[in-house]
Design a protein around this ligand. Structure first.
Ligand code: PLP
Length: 431
């Protein structure tokens, strides 16, 4: 939730200091409030909490002090007004969309996104009556405009797409979304607020799989939704009736009237968390917070190592192609320079001469670099999306999403870059 201690600190300081502000004699380190419930002296006090008349804790599915402190930290890192943690990145993206869409509505999404989100938007939300049109994010404004309908409620994209490493032109997308009176939702998992803060480029809502760089050590699955507070829901009151008209499931409160700029996150907490659950455990949130404290140290190192590895792969005779926006030869290099001048991320994609079978054999020869279903943690790892994360997609869908069947996703960790390169090199020798 909102952090009233917000100061104008630099992002490194925010990583350490934001969110938890102990009063005199309280623990210096964020405590793990491992309690499902909270005690009150009078029945009336508890009743006021249920009516949202007072802020306070009553049941951890709705709010928990450990979770709130970490949500406030992430909101501060992104420059937003409020945030809500979820049990996974999937839940974050689901709630971010479902908070403003219902059966009969429509969203427009970039086709270069994480496979799980592609399934969520294209298949699962469809079963709930919400349709999605996928667009090529590099298409002209006219083409993307054509995907919008009167019932479109949101536009969705990823700062750096997992795993195609397509860099989104956030300003262009924000302009298009706003011309149609809908918010732009950006999944900023790969860039992290260290390298890009999408609100500064016009995005309205940011989501994260905190499982990745934010946690940073592959310890706990989690997600987060951050609201910039900038989208004017009341300007499109009929379209966003869930926020601007009485909520009968909450004694007829009107979120925009009662909570102003906090309306979107308050509704997501009061309605979606109440009814659908998906909160993170305070223990996991504590671990996430430890990860966040070093985010500003780790992310630059991931980027530095990744650039060295990408340059090594690019010049290797057995490598057919490398996609890393940090490389000058990459078609997204200019966009990356604009939105992420300090670096992009540690993840890249590449393919080997000889195609799919050779790629699989190469991976089996790696020693330091592990085959795991993960990205964006301290340890270097690889995955073959066509055989693993994206195996439900047809070859046609894979290509549409910018994922060649031979694509190897490499997540460069923060080990010594020379050791990573030596391992890749010996595995390349073996094939
Ligand atoms: C991993 C990932 C997700 C899903 O997050 P989980 O925490 O695994 O549920 C969503 N978006 C992106 C970009 C991801 O990398």
């Amino acid at each position: 939730m909102s952090d009233n201690h917000q100061e104008n600190y630099q992002i490194e300081t925010k990583c350490i200091q934001s969110g938890w502000h102990p009063k005199n004699g309280e623990p210096r380190v964020l405590p793990i409030y491992q309690s499902t419930t909270f005690k009150y002296d009078t029945s009336d006090q508890m009743g006021r909490l249920f009516d949202l008349e007072e802020a306070g804790y009553f049941y951890t599915r709705l709010q928990n002090p450990t979770n709130d402190a970490v949500a406030a930290k992430i909101a501060d890192l992104e420059g937003g007004v409020a945030a809500m943690l979820t049990s996974s990145g999937q839940a974050a993206n689901y709630f971010a969309v479902f908070n403003i869409c219902e059966a009969g509505d429509h969203v427009v999404a970039s086709n270069s996104i994480y496979g799980g989100t592609f399934n969520l938007l294209g298949t699962t939300l469809k079963k709930q009556g919400i349709e999605c049109t996928f667009v090529d994010p590099d298409a002209s404004e006219e083409e993307i405009n054509a995907a919008f309908r009167p019932n479109t409620k949101a536009m969705f994209g990823e700062t750096i797409a997992n795993p195609s490493c397509v860099v989104l032109d956030i300003e262009k997308m924000a302009k298009i979304a706003h011309a149609h009176g809908v918010p732009l939702i950006i999944d900023n998992t790969f860039a992290t607020p260290i390298n890009c803060r999408p609100f500064e480029w016009g995005a309205d809502i940011v989501t994260h799989s905190t499982t990745k760089y934010m946690d940073g050590h592959a310890m706990s699955v989690g997600g987060c939704i951050v609201d910039s507070g900038n989208f004017d829901w009341e300007a499109y009151g009929d379209k966003f009736a869930g926020l601007t008209r009485p909520d009968e499931s909450y004694h007829g409160i009107i979120y925009t009237q009662k909570f102003g700029k906090l309306a979107y996150i308050e509704k997501a907490t009061a309605q979606l968390m109440r009814d659908l659950g998906s909160i993170p455990s305070p223990m996991n949130t504590f671990l996430l917070n430890v990860g966040l404290e070093t985010l500003h140290l780790r992310v630059p190192r991931h980027c530095e190592n990744a650039l060295k590895v990408a340059k090594f792969l690019e010049q290797h005779e057995k490598v057919a192609w490398v996609k890393y926006p940090g490389l000058e030869s990459n078609p997204y290099h200019a966009l990356a320079q604009k939105y992420m001048p300090d670096g992009t991320c540690g993840v890249m994609a590449f393919g080997l001469k000889g195609g799919r079978e050779i790629s699989i054999s190469f991976m089996d020869h790696l020693k330091l670099v592990a085959i795991v279903t993960h990205v964006a943690d301290a340890r270097t790892c690889v995955l073959h999306p066509a055989s693993h994360t994206h195996r439900q997609m047809t070859d046609e869908q894979l290509l549409e999403a910018g994922i060649a069947p031979d694509l190897i996703r490499l997540s460069v960790g923060i080990e010594n870059a020379d050791d990573i390169i030596a391992d890749l090199s010996q595995a390349l020798e073996c094939i």
